[in-house]
Write a protein that binds this ligand. Structure first.
Ligand code: UT7
Length: 320
């Protein structure tokens, strides 16, 4: 039996910090509202010239160093992003080049919005277990700030920029134990950025639009379902989980999922206060922080879960 084992993690946050108090000066909102409704205090915003691949590069260099490998050992690069550098080439191809990888392994982007990192982990795991790849760089990287309407207080206060990366390697011992993905396109209208380029002109609304309450309810429902599904498949219970590493959209969604699992919040890695919602980057960012501060340790059961536009959702169970 072949498993995919995380052998290194890394993350990167842009230097500029935007606090709730800064936002009070831009839109009709308040620090108290944002904190009480979402758990967010501040978020990082990429500099004008900083691209998703730049954020991804910094996170990847850290993950590669932590893994103790050389970049050329990586035979697959998967970048989960909804804010790619360009229409094409893919951010993964740009990242592969910036890392100096010359081995001609595969590289592609994967777009599942906030569900992107669990989608990418599931995909990378399948490549490793099928023998098509041995060492995979999985990155979640976003500059969501570029597609925010700074006049829409219902969205612009929630999101931030950042990147996280992991190196997965084929291993005889676990590893990713199992993962589950779902999607339901019929709900796509609740969370969207519908703009497109046609004839060199942006058509439609390129900014994020969200029906917050509807997304909230949907998120709580499907996350509870998918974590139960993954645990049941492995004959595990909530109490067997050492750390829940959820997508960081809203502290209240994380609390609801933890409650459903019977987990206290001190078993949940929470970064939303200082990162905001960084979409596909939120889980690998949280993971890296908890690995580096030694909360996450060898032998523990780690459960990742996320939901995002599409809608897409999923969970990944890992024996660390
Ligand atoms: O990444 C995956 C997808 N995203 C999510 O998971 C996000 C899911 N949704 C949420 O996290 C929450 O629904 C929000 C944080 C977006 C909003 O929280 P809520 O408790 O659902 O608030 P609400 O939308 O019901 O709004 C309550 C009130 C409204 O005023 P009225 O109608 O009660 O007078 C809003 O207009 O708060 C108002 N409001 C604001 N007030 C101050 C909405 N946004 C703001 C704001 N500042 N930024």
């Amino acid at each position: 039996m072949m498993y995919s084992k995380i052998i290194g993690t890394g993350s990167y946050l842009p230097t500029k910090v935007l606090t709730n108090f800064d936002l009070e000066k831009i839109v009709d909102t308040s620090h108290d509202w944002i904190l009480s409704r979402s758990g967010i205090v501040e978020r990082h915003i990429a500099a004008d010239q900083e691209l998703t691949s730049d954020l991804a590069l910094q996170a990847s260099l850290q993950a590669i160093a932590a893994a103790g490998i050389s970049a050329n050992d990586i035979d697959l690069v998967v970048v989960a992003t909804t804010t790619p550098d360009h229409i094409f080439p893919s951010t993964a191809c740009i990242l592969q080049d910036k890392l100096g990888i010359k081995n001609r392994g595969a590289a592609f982007d994967l777009q599942a919005v906030c569900g992107g990192f669990v989608y990418a982990m599931n995909t990378a795991d399948l490549y490793i277990r099928s023998g098509q790849a041995r060492t995979v760089l999985v990155v979640g990287a976003e500059v969501l700030s570029r597609i925010l309407d700074w006049k829409d207080r219902g969205t612009c206060v929630l999101f931030g920029d950042g990147a996280g990366a992991v190196v997965l390697r084929a291993s005889a011992t676990p590893g990713i134990i199992s993962s589950k993905l779902h999607a339901d396109g019929s709900h796509r209208g609740m969370l969207k950025a519908e703009g497109n380029v046609r004839g060199g002109v942006v058509q439609g609304d390129p900014f994020i639009k969200m029906e917050g309450q509807a997304v909230f309810k949907f998120a709580v429902k499907v996350l509870s379902e998918v974590v139960e599904e993954v645990l049941a498949e492995n004959n595990l219970q909530g109490s067997d989980i050492d750390w829940l590493v959820p997508h960081q959209a809203n502290i209240r969604i994380m609390e609801a999922t933890a409650k459903k699992l019977g987990l206290s919040m001190d078993k949940v890695i929470v970064t939303v206060a200082t990162h905001g919602n960084t979409s596909a980057a939120s889980i690998p960012l949280a993971l890296d922080i908890a690995v580096r501060d030694s909360r996450i340790k060898a032998g523990q059961n780690i459960l990742l879960e996320a939901v995002g536009g599409g809608f897409t959702w999923g969970a990944v169970l890992i024996k660390w």
